[in-house]
Design a protein around this ligand. Structure first.
Ligand SMILES: Cc1cc2nc3c(=O)[nH]c(=O)nc-3n(C[C@H](O)[C@H](O)[C@H](O)COP(=O)(O)OP(=O)(O)OC[C@H]3O[C@@H](n4cnc5c(N)ncnc54)[C@H](O)[C@@H]3O)c2cc1C
Length: 367
């Protein structure tokens, strides 16, 4: 039997970054990971930091997204200093494409509230769009540009966070599946793995799309479900685009080494880890619709993984309603973007005992 201040269930980005923050606060931390750190959604993601693009309504969830995006500026520098890993943080901007002048007017109206809040939102007419991104279809009326949105390299990020956490004293156990959270007299006392009991003063549930399968984690099967997403990776000699581009029901994410990650699908098929004809066909149609000039690009890889979808679209972060139990899951399509803000809330709950009942992430809202 071993004892830690905190046991974190799941070594994705949410679990590893939370573990790093807890170790920095002086806690002894054990991360239990069924496979290897970053094995699942966190390495499969496209890495878009879409704080503004695709956000349609103002409110506390938008503010959390902006806060988390801005935390990446310091986090990328911190990780480079702690590990020498470049996590590929770039404020490359994002474009939402409008197919017609009326659609461009509509999009501009949709985002007027962001400009009113002081965020950068620019209308780009078709001629300027052609000059900005010559590889895009030249039939578009224009786009809305979000210059402060950006991207990160998810595998490099998970690698850097894991390294930094190990150096800060976090212990990782790969190949270890947690069966249940052990709750006694209404208090979480640790976890049970196959044939072992691990004691801890605090347990953090960060098992991504699998979170509801952990017994005692207080997460109903209907509240966090796997939502499969497929990606097609293209490789070119030089990046064909400057910005992340959203349109035709998908996105193109240009990486600095010439790869373009193209996604994605949103499918409720349980944990079937397949790349399908229908999924790839949808993504290829999106690619050729947005940028016909990419038709002769080489397809180098395809993959799929599982977003932790949550019932009302907001993550579950913070007090689980059981002493010693913190939730950090359900980030769906935005877990990379939202990881820095999440890790700070996990640290605040575990270390300072902070409970935020009015947060849109508060697990108590499920009641
Ligand atoms: C195709 C795709 C594209 C995406 N693109 C973006 C994007 O551009 N921007 C963005 O912000 N987000 C994106 N996302 C979403 C993002 O990837 C997720 O929200 C985020 O990675 C969730 O992180 P996590 O740590 O909660 O989950 P995961 O990374 O899945 O980690 C959970 C970990 O828990 C482990 N685990 C599960 N059960 C147990 C157990 N019982 N015991 C021990 N370990 C266990 C798993 O093995 C896994 O490693 C994308 C997702 C997909 C699938």
């Amino acid at each position: 039997m071993s004892t830690y201040d905190v046991v974190v269930i799941g070594g994705g980005l949410i679990g590893t970054l939370s573990a790093l923050r807890l170790a920095d606060a002086g806690r002894t931390v054990l991360v239990l990971e069924r496979a290897v750190p970053g094995a699942e959604a966190s390495s499969a993601a496209a890495g878009i930091l879409a704080g503004q693009s695709e956000s349609r309504v103002d409110g506390p969830l938008f503010d959390l997204a902006i806060e988390s995006r801005e935390r990446y500026v310091a986090l990328a520098e911190e990780l480079r200093a702690r590990t020498s890993v470049d996590v590929g943080f770039r404020r490359c901007g994002a474009l939402e494409i409008a197919e017609s002048p009326a659609a461009l007017d509509d999009l501009e109206r949709v985002f007027a509230w962001q400009r009113a809040k002081g965020h950068s939102v620019r209308r780009i007419e078709s001629t300027a769009l052609r000059a900005l991104e010559p590889r895009l279809n030249d039939g578009f009326a224009g786009a809305i540009a979000f210059d402060d949105d950006g991207q990160i390299d998810p595998p490099a990020l998970v690698n850097a966070v894991t390294q930094a956490a190990e150096r800060a004293g976090v212990v990782f156990r790969s190949g270890t599946t947690v069966r249940s959270v052990r709750v006694e007299d209404g208090v979480a006392r640790g976890v049970e793995v196959e044939d072992e009991r691990i004691d801890a003063a605090h347990v953090v549930v960060a098992a991504g799309a699998w979170s509801s399968l952990v017994q005692g984690a207080t997460i109903a099967a209907a509240s966090v479900k796997p939502a499969r997403g497929q990606i097609v990776e293209l490789s070119l000699r030089t990046p064909p685009l400057r910005s992340v581009v959203f349109g035709r029901g998908g996105y193109l994410v240009p990486k600095s080494d010439g790869r373009v990650l193209c996604g994605s699908t949103l499918e409720f098929v349980g944990f079937q880890r397949d790349v399908t004809v229908a999924g790839v066909a949808k993504i290829l149609a999106m690619i050729t619709g947005l940028a016909p000039s990419l038709s002769d690009a080489k397809i180098t890889r395809t993959w799929s993984n599982f977003r932790p979808w949550s019932a009302d679209g907001a993550a579950l972060v913070g007090d689980a309603g059981i002493r010693g139990l913190t939730l950090a899951t359900g980030h769906h399509r935005s877990g990379i973007l939202l990881a820095p803000a999440t890790a700070e809330r996990v640290r605040a709950h575990v270390v300072d005992g902070r409970v935020e009942p009015s947060s849109p992430w508060a697990p108590a809202r499920r009641a």
